[in-house]
Write a protein that binds this ligand. Structure first.
Ligand code: GLY
Length: 373
Protein backbone atom coordinates (compact mmCIF):
# COMPACT_ATOMS: atom_id res chain seq x y z
CA UNK A 1 0.00 0.00 0.00
CA UNK A 2 1.35 3.45 -0.86
CA UNK A 3 1.46 5.81 2.11
CA UNK A 4 0.11 9.31 1.72
CA UNK A 5 2.94 11.76 2.46
CA UNK A 6 3.17 15.17 4.15
CA UNK A 7 5.93 17.53 5.21
CA UNK A 8 4.49 18.02 8.68
CA UNK A 9 1.65 15.97 10.15
CA UNK A 10 0.08 17.17 13.38
CA UNK A 11 -1.76 14.33 15.09
CA UNK A 12 -4.59 15.87 17.06
CA UNK A 13 -6.95 18.62 15.97
CA UNK A 14 -7.74 20.30 19.27
CA UNK A 15 -6.93 23.93 19.90
CA UNK A 16 -3.21 23.19 20.29
CA UNK A 17 -3.01 21.25 17.01
CA UNK A 18 -4.96 23.83 15.03
CA UNK A 19 -3.16 26.90 16.36
CA UNK A 20 0.14 25.16 15.68
CA UNK A 21 -0.95 24.27 12.14
CA UNK A 22 -1.87 27.91 11.57
CA UNK A 23 1.49 29.12 12.89
CA UNK A 24 3.38 26.63 10.71
CA UNK A 25 1.34 27.50 7.63
CA UNK A 26 2.11 31.18 8.24
CA UNK A 27 5.77 30.24 8.13
CA UNK A 28 5.34 28.50 4.79
CA UNK A 29 5.40 24.90 6.03
CA UNK A 30 3.10 22.41 4.31
CA UNK A 31 1.10 20.96 7.14
CA UNK A 32 -1.71 18.47 7.61
CA UNK A 33 -3.76 17.85 10.74
CA UNK A 34 -4.98 14.32 11.44
CA UNK A 35 -7.88 14.14 13.85
CA UNK A 36 -10.26 11.38 14.91
CA UNK A 37 -13.25 13.69 15.35
CA UNK A 38 -15.83 13.20 18.08
CA UNK A 39 -15.26 9.44 18.40
CA UNK A 40 -12.67 10.47 20.96
CA UNK A 41 -13.76 12.93 23.65
CA UNK A 42 -12.30 16.33 22.93
CA UNK A 43 -10.96 18.62 25.62
CA UNK A 44 -11.28 21.74 23.46
CA UNK A 45 -14.98 21.25 22.71
CA UNK A 46 -15.65 20.76 26.41
CA UNK A 47 -13.61 23.74 27.62
CA UNK A 48 -15.16 26.87 29.07
CA UNK A 49 -12.48 29.04 27.48
CA UNK A 50 -11.24 30.84 30.56
CA UNK A 51 -7.95 32.63 29.99
CA UNK A 52 -7.00 32.49 33.62
CA UNK A 53 -3.28 32.42 34.39
CA UNK A 54 -3.96 34.06 37.75
CA UNK A 55 -6.02 31.10 38.89
CA UNK A 56 -4.67 28.04 37.15
CA UNK A 57 -0.97 27.43 36.91
CA UNK A 58 -0.64 24.10 38.62
CA UNK A 59 1.12 25.24 41.77
CA UNK A 60 -0.62 22.47 43.73
CA UNK A 61 1.14 19.78 41.65
CA UNK A 62 4.67 20.84 42.58
CA UNK A 63 5.76 21.06 38.95
CA UNK A 64 7.24 24.01 37.08
CA UNK A 65 4.45 26.31 38.26
CA UNK A 66 6.36 29.50 37.60
CA UNK A 67 7.06 28.46 34.00
CA UNK A 68 3.41 27.50 33.58
CA UNK A 69 2.36 30.88 34.95
CA UNK A 70 4.71 32.70 32.59
CA UNK A 71 3.51 30.67 29.60
CA UNK A 72 -0.09 31.49 30.56
CA UNK A 73 0.61 35.18 31.13
CA UNK A 74 2.44 35.47 27.80
CA UNK A 75 -0.35 33.71 25.98
CA UNK A 76 -3.01 35.81 27.71
CA UNK A 77 -1.19 38.91 26.44
CA UNK A 78 -1.23 37.43 22.91
CA UNK A 79 -4.90 36.46 22.92
CA UNK A 80 -6.37 39.91 22.31
CA UNK A 81 -4.57 40.36 19.00
CA UNK A 82 -4.86 36.68 18.15
CA UNK A 83 -8.65 36.80 18.56
CA UNK A 84 -8.91 40.02 16.57
CA UNK A 85 -6.78 38.61 13.74
CA UNK A 86 -8.81 35.40 13.61
CA UNK A 87 -12.07 37.34 13.51
CA UNK A 88 -10.85 39.75 10.87
CA UNK A 89 -9.52 36.95 8.70
CA UNK A 90 -12.50 34.62 8.95
CA UNK A 91 -15.47 36.77 9.95
CA UNK A 92 -16.12 34.30 12.81
CA UNK A 93 -16.80 35.99 16.14
CA UNK A 94 -14.77 34.29 18.91
CA UNK A 95 -16.21 36.17 21.90
CA UNK A 96 -12.93 37.40 23.38
CA UNK A 97 -13.69 39.53 26.41
CA UNK A 98 -11.25 41.78 28.18
CA UNK A 99 -13.13 42.31 31.39
CA UNK A 100 -11.30 40.40 34.10
CA UNK A 101 -12.21 37.61 36.49
CA UNK A 102 -13.29 37.37 40.11
CA UNK A 103 -12.43 34.56 42.53
CA UNK A 104 -14.93 34.53 45.39
CA UNK A 105 -14.70 33.82 49.10
CA UNK A 106 -17.43 33.13 51.67
CA UNK A 107 -15.17 32.81 54.69
CA UNK A 108 -11.81 33.74 56.17
CA UNK A 109 -10.01 30.52 55.24
CA UNK A 110 -10.96 30.99 51.57
CA UNK A 111 -9.97 34.66 51.72
CA UNK A 112 -6.55 33.70 53.07
CA UNK A 113 -5.97 31.27 50.21
CA UNK A 114 -7.04 33.85 47.65
CA UNK A 115 -4.80 36.48 49.26
CA UNK A 116 -1.84 34.07 49.04
CA UNK A 117 -2.70 33.45 45.39
CA UNK A 118 -2.94 37.20 44.69
CA UNK A 119 0.45 37.76 46.34
CA UNK A 120 2.00 34.95 44.28
CA UNK A 121 0.58 36.31 41.03
CA UNK A 122 1.74 39.82 41.87
CA UNK A 123 5.22 38.53 42.74
CA UNK A 124 5.35 36.94 39.27
CA UNK A 125 4.49 40.28 37.66
CA UNK A 126 0.77 39.67 37.16
CA UNK A 127 -2.24 41.78 38.04
CA UNK A 128 -4.27 40.54 41.02
CA UNK A 129 -5.78 42.36 43.99
CA UNK A 130 -7.94 41.43 46.92
CA UNK A 131 -11.17 43.37 47.15
CA UNK A 132 -14.03 43.32 49.64
CA UNK A 133 -17.38 41.65 49.07
CA UNK A 134 -18.98 45.05 48.51
CA UNK A 135 -16.34 45.97 45.94
CA UNK A 136 -16.98 42.67 44.18
CA UNK A 137 -20.72 43.43 44.13
CA UNK A 138 -19.96 46.84 42.62
CA UNK A 139 -18.31 44.98 39.73
CA UNK A 140 -20.99 42.28 39.59
CA UNK A 141 -24.20 43.41 41.31
CA UNK A 142 -25.82 39.96 41.06
CA UNK A 143 -23.26 38.39 43.43
CA UNK A 144 -24.61 37.03 46.71
CA UNK A 145 -24.50 39.16 49.86
CA UNK A 146 -22.67 36.18 51.46
CA UNK A 147 -19.48 36.92 49.55
CA UNK A 148 -17.00 38.50 51.95
CA UNK A 149 -14.00 39.05 49.66
CA UNK A 150 -12.73 38.37 46.16
CA UNK A 151 -9.54 38.10 44.17
CA UNK A 152 -9.89 40.48 41.24
CA UNK A 153 -7.67 39.58 38.29
CA UNK A 154 -8.40 42.43 35.88
CA UNK A 155 -6.52 40.92 32.95
CA UNK A 156 -7.81 37.35 33.11
CA UNK A 157 -10.62 36.82 30.67
CA UNK A 158 -12.17 34.31 28.26
CA UNK A 159 -12.98 33.32 24.71
CA UNK A 160 -15.55 30.86 23.40
CA UNK A 161 -13.58 27.70 22.48
CA UNK A 162 -16.16 26.37 20.03
CA UNK A 163 -16.22 29.67 18.17
CA UNK A 164 -12.40 29.74 18.24
CA UNK A 165 -12.34 26.27 16.68
CA UNK A 166 -14.77 27.34 13.96
CA UNK A 167 -12.56 30.34 13.22
CA UNK A 168 -9.40 28.22 13.22
CA UNK A 169 -11.00 25.72 10.84
CA UNK A 170 -11.87 28.55 8.45
CA UNK A 171 -8.40 30.03 8.80
CA UNK A 172 -6.73 26.69 8.05
CA UNK A 173 -8.92 26.17 5.01
CA UNK A 174 -7.72 29.51 3.64
CA UNK A 175 -4.15 28.44 4.30
CA UNK A 176 -4.77 25.14 2.52
CA UNK A 177 -3.91 23.09 5.56
CA UNK A 178 -5.33 19.64 4.97
CA UNK A 179 -7.52 18.24 7.76
CA UNK A 180 -7.69 14.47 7.62
CA UNK A 181 -10.42 12.76 9.56
CA UNK A 182 -8.78 9.58 10.74
CA UNK A 183 -7.93 7.97 14.02
CA UNK A 184 -4.24 7.16 14.18
CA UNK A 185 -3.74 3.63 15.41
CA UNK A 186 0.03 3.31 15.64
CA UNK A 187 3.40 4.51 14.43
CA UNK A 188 6.12 2.57 12.78
CA UNK A 189 9.42 1.88 14.50
CA UNK A 190 13.08 2.38 13.59
CA UNK A 191 13.38 3.47 9.95
CA UNK A 192 9.60 3.58 9.74
CA UNK A 193 9.13 5.83 12.76
CA UNK A 194 7.75 8.60 10.54
CA UNK A 195 5.00 6.37 9.22
CA UNK A 196 1.65 5.78 10.81
CA UNK A 197 -1.54 3.93 10.08
CA UNK A 198 -5.10 4.79 10.89
CA UNK A 199 -7.75 2.60 12.47
CA UNK A 200 -9.37 2.56 9.04
CA UNK A 201 -6.21 0.94 7.61
CA UNK A 202 -4.83 3.95 5.71
CA UNK A 203 -1.07 4.48 5.75
CA UNK A 204 0.62 7.89 6.02
CA UNK A 205 4.10 9.26 6.34
CA UNK A 206 5.48 12.66 7.21
CA UNK A 207 8.93 14.22 7.36
CA UNK A 208 7.96 15.68 10.70
CA UNK A 209 5.39 14.30 13.10
CA UNK A 210 3.88 16.38 15.88
CA UNK A 211 1.81 14.73 18.58
CA UNK A 212 -0.90 17.05 19.84
CA UNK A 213 -3.28 14.23 20.64
CA UNK A 214 -5.62 13.97 23.59
CA UNK A 215 -5.67 11.95 26.75
CA UNK A 216 -7.31 8.78 25.43
CA UNK A 217 -5.84 8.77 21.93
CA UNK A 218 -3.41 6.00 22.89
CA UNK A 219 -0.68 8.11 21.27
CA UNK A 220 0.61 10.17 24.17
CA UNK A 221 3.82 9.22 26.00
CA UNK A 222 3.08 6.17 28.10
CA UNK A 223 1.85 7.07 31.56
CA UNK A 224 2.51 10.80 31.19
CA UNK A 225 -0.79 12.09 29.88
CA UNK A 226 -3.98 10.82 31.46
CA UNK A 227 -7.65 11.76 31.27
CA UNK A 228 -9.12 14.12 33.85
CA UNK A 229 -12.82 14.20 33.19
CA UNK A 230 -14.78 17.43 33.52
CA UNK A 231 -18.56 17.80 33.38
CA UNK A 232 -20.19 21.13 32.69
CA UNK A 233 -23.47 22.72 31.71
CA UNK A 234 -24.73 25.78 29.87
CA UNK A 235 -27.82 27.67 30.99
CA UNK A 236 -29.83 30.53 29.52
CA UNK A 237 -28.84 33.76 31.24
CA UNK A 238 -28.48 37.19 29.67
CA UNK A 239 -26.72 40.05 31.41
CA UNK A 240 -26.84 38.69 34.98
CA UNK A 241 -23.05 38.29 35.17
CA UNK A 242 -20.67 40.03 32.81
CA UNK A 243 -17.25 38.56 33.58
CA UNK A 244 -15.74 35.22 34.63
CA UNK A 245 -16.70 34.43 38.22
CA UNK A 246 -14.91 31.64 40.03
CA UNK A 247 -16.96 30.60 43.03
CA UNK A 248 -16.07 27.80 45.41
CA UNK A 249 -17.21 24.66 43.60
CA UNK A 250 -18.15 26.21 40.26
CA UNK A 251 -16.97 28.71 37.71
CA UNK A 252 -19.40 30.86 35.79
CA UNK A 253 -18.59 32.10 32.30
CA UNK A 254 -21.08 34.34 30.50
CA UNK A 255 -20.95 33.87 26.74
CA UNK A 256 -22.64 35.53 23.77
CA UNK A 257 -26.30 35.10 22.94
CA UNK A 258 -27.47 34.52 26.50
CA UNK A 259 -25.46 31.35 27.10
CA UNK A 260 -23.72 30.95 30.42
CA UNK A 261 -21.32 28.08 31.05
CA UNK A 262 -21.02 26.58 34.52
CA UNK A 263 -18.14 24.18 35.13
CA UNK A 264 -16.59 21.88 35.97
CA UNK A 265 -16.10 18.66 37.84
CA UNK A 266 -12.66 17.05 37.99
CA UNK A 267 -12.29 13.28 38.10
CA UNK A 268 -9.15 11.36 37.20
CA UNK A 269 -9.30 8.54 34.72
CA UNK A 270 -12.92 7.35 34.56
CA UNK A 271 -13.83 4.92 31.78
CA UNK A 272 -17.24 6.46 31.08
CA UNK A 273 -15.81 9.31 29.05
CA UNK A 274 -18.99 10.76 27.62
CA UNK A 275 -21.51 10.30 30.44
CA UNK A 276 -22.74 13.25 32.49
CA UNK A 277 -24.00 12.64 36.00
CA UNK A 278 -27.18 14.48 37.06
CA UNK A 279 -25.73 14.80 40.57
CA UNK A 280 -22.58 16.50 39.23
CA UNK A 281 -24.61 19.03 37.23
CA UNK A 282 -26.92 19.67 40.19
CA UNK A 283 -23.87 20.29 42.38
CA UNK A 284 -22.34 22.75 39.92
CA UNK A 285 -25.64 24.57 39.58
CA UNK A 286 -26.12 24.76 43.34
CA UNK A 287 -22.62 26.17 43.79
CA UNK A 288 -23.21 28.70 41.01
CA UNK A 289 -26.58 29.74 42.42
CA UNK A 290 -25.08 30.16 45.87
CA UNK A 291 -22.71 32.74 44.40
CA UNK A 292 -25.24 34.28 42.01
CA UNK A 293 -28.76 33.59 43.32
CA UNK A 294 -30.42 34.92 40.14
CA UNK A 295 -29.08 31.87 38.26
CA UNK A 296 -31.30 29.52 40.26
CA UNK A 297 -33.88 27.84 38.06
CA UNK A 298 -32.53 29.17 34.74
CA UNK A 299 -33.26 26.93 31.76
CA UNK A 300 -30.56 24.37 30.94
CA UNK A 301 -29.33 24.57 27.35
CA UNK A 302 -26.80 21.76 27.32
CA UNK A 303 -24.69 19.49 29.50
CA UNK A 304 -21.53 17.69 28.50
CA UNK A 305 -18.33 15.97 29.58
CA UNK A 306 -14.79 16.17 28.26
CA UNK A 307 -11.37 14.81 29.09
CA UNK A 308 -8.59 17.19 30.02
CA UNK A 309 -5.11 15.89 29.19
CA UNK A 310 -3.55 15.79 32.66
CA UNK A 311 0.15 15.29 33.42
CA UNK A 312 1.83 14.22 36.68
CA UNK A 313 2.96 17.75 37.53
CA UNK A 314 0.13 19.72 35.92
CA UNK A 315 2.41 21.26 33.28
CA UNK A 316 2.29 20.63 29.52
CA UNK A 317 4.79 18.57 27.58
CA UNK A 318 6.46 20.49 24.77
CA UNK A 319 9.62 19.36 23.01
CA UNK A 320 10.69 16.17 21.27
CA UNK A 321 10.62 12.51 22.17
CA UNK A 322 13.43 9.96 21.75
CA UNK A 323 12.16 9.11 18.24
CA UNK A 324 12.40 12.72 17.14
CA UNK A 325 8.66 13.33 17.12
CA UNK A 326 7.58 16.70 18.41
CA UNK A 327 5.27 16.80 21.42
CA UNK A 328 2.67 19.48 22.08
CA UNK A 329 0.59 17.75 24.70
CA UNK A 330 -0.87 17.69 28.16
CA UNK A 331 -2.11 21.25 28.59
CA UNK A 332 -4.53 19.94 31.22
CA UNK A 333 -6.87 22.79 32.32
CA UNK A 334 -5.19 25.45 30.20
CA UNK A 335 -5.15 24.41 26.55
CA UNK A 336 -7.22 27.34 25.32
CA UNK A 337 -5.12 29.82 27.30
CA UNK A 338 -1.79 28.35 26.22
CA UNK A 339 -2.61 27.90 22.54
CA UNK A 340 -1.21 31.08 20.93
CA UNK A 341 2.08 31.05 22.87
CA UNK A 342 2.50 27.28 22.65
CA UNK A 343 1.88 27.38 18.90
CA UNK A 344 4.42 30.15 18.40
CA UNK A 345 7.05 28.35 20.48
CA UNK A 346 6.44 24.92 18.96
CA UNK A 347 6.44 26.30 15.40
CA UNK A 348 9.86 27.83 16.03
CA UNK A 349 11.18 24.59 17.53
CA UNK A 350 9.85 22.49 14.63
CA UNK A 351 11.36 24.87 12.08
CA UNK A 352 14.76 24.66 13.75
CA UNK A 353 14.73 28.10 15.34
CA UNK A 354 15.16 29.15 18.94
CA UNK A 355 11.69 29.38 20.49
CA UNK A 356 10.79 32.75 22.02
CA UNK A 357 10.28 31.05 25.40
CA UNK A 358 12.43 28.48 27.17
CA UNK A 359 10.76 25.13 26.62
CA UNK A 360 13.15 23.23 28.91
CA UNK A 361 10.72 23.22 31.88
CA UNK A 362 8.17 21.49 29.64
CA UNK A 363 10.48 18.83 28.27
CA UNK A 364 9.31 15.23 28.53
CA UNK A 365 12.70 14.40 30.04
CA UNK A 366 11.73 16.15 33.27
CA UNK A 367 9.88 12.94 34.12
CA UNK A 368 12.85 10.66 33.44
CA UNK A 369 16.25 12.23 33.97
CA UNK A 370 18.98 11.04 31.68
CA UNK A 371 16.81 10.63 28.59
CA UNK A 372 16.46 12.94 25.68
CA UNK A 373 13.17 14.59 25.11
N1 GLY B 1 -9.79 25.44 33.08
C1 GLY B 1 -11.07 25.00 33.48
C2 GLY B 1 -11.26 23.55 33.52
O1 GLY B 1 -10.39 22.80 33.13
O2 GLY B 1 -12.29 23.12 33.97
Amino acid sequence: MKAKGFDIAIIGGGVIGLTLARALADRGATTAVVDAGPVLPQATHAAAGMLAPSFEYGEEFGGPAEAVYRLGALSLAMWKDYAAALEEETGVFVDYRGDGALGLSYRDAQTELLAEQAARVTSLGGAAEMISGDEARELEPALSADIVAALHAPKDTQVDPRRVMAALAASLEKRQVEIIKARVLSFGDGEASRQFVSVEGDAYEAETIVLAAGAVSGLTPMGLVYPVKGEATAIASEGVITRVVRAPGAYICPKAEGRLVIGATEEIGPLDHHSVSPAAIAGLRANAARAVPALEGAEELERWAGLRPGTPDGAPIMGQDEKGRFLALGHFRNGILHAPAAAQAMAALILGETPPIDLAPFSKSRFSSGRDG
